[in-house]
Design a protein around this ligand. Structure first.
Ligand SMILES: [Zn+2]
Length: 173
C-alpha cells in the first residue's frame, strides 16, 4: 500500500470528468487499497479517485471509522433519490473549510464491487450526503459549487468548546 497525495482545489484534475472503470484487475485493487490508506491518514469520511489524481469512477467511504465498514463503489450511480436536507460538508481537497449543501434525504446507490458484481444499497443521512459528494467528484463538481453560502473557515465554526456549550444551553432556554 502507498499513501497518495490528495489534490487540492485549483488542480485542474479535480474539474475533469472521470471515465468508467472497465477492467477489474489488480491495478484497480491497488488503487482502492491506496485510497483507503490515504483516507485514513487524512481522517476523511470519503475519497474519490480523482482526488488522488486518477480519473476513474471509483470512490470509497467510511462513516463509522472501522476498517471493515469501508464502502467501495465502482462506477457508482444514484438510481433513486427523495427528500432534501441541508447539512454541513467539508472536503479533503478544500482543507480547513466547511459549508452547507442541500442533498437528498434518501438515495439508492447502485455500483460495482472490485470483481465487477453489481450491488445496491439504500442510504440516508450522512451516508446519502457522502455518496452525493463523492459522486460529484467523479463529474468534476466540488461542494463549493453547490454550497448555499460562501464556504467558511473551520476556525470560525469550531469556537472554544466551553463557549459553545454555553451558547448551546442558552439556545435551549
Ligand atoms: Zn470531497
Amino acid at each position: 500500500m502507498a499513501l497518495r497525495k490528495v489534490l487540492l482545489e485549483g488542480d485542474p484534475t479535480l474539474r475533469k470528468k472521470s471515465r468508467p472503470v472497465t477492467e477489474y484487475n489488480e491495478r484497480l485493487c491497488q488503487l482502492v487499497e491506496d485510497m483507503k490508506e490515504t483516507m485514513r491518514a487524512y481522517n476523511g469520511a470519503g475519497l474519490a479517485a480523482p482526488q488522488v489524481g486518477v480519473l476513474r469512477r471509483v470512490f470509497i467511504m467510511n462513516l463509522g471509522g472501522e476498517d471493515e465498514e469501508d464502502t467501495v463503489a465502482v462506477n457508482p450511480r444514484i438510481i433513486e433519490q427523495e427528500g432534501l436536507v441541508v447539512g454541513e460538508e467539508g472536503c479533503l481537497s478544500l482543507p480547513g473549510l466547511v459549508g452547507d449543501v442541500e442533498r437528498p434525504e434518501r438515495i439508492i446507490l447502485e455500483a460495482e464491487d472490485l470483481e465487477g458484481n453489481t450491488w445496491q444499497r439504500e442510504l440516508t443521512g450522512l451516508g446519502a450526503v457522502c455518496v452525493c459528494h463523492e459522486t460529484d467528484h467523479l463529474d468534476g463538481i466540488l461542494y463549493r459549487d453547490k454550497a448555499l453560502e460562501p464556504l467558511v473557515s473551520v476556525d470560525i465554526v469550531n469556537e472554544d468548546p466551553e463557549e459553545k456549550a454555553n451558547e448551546d444551553s442558552e439556545g435551549k432556554n
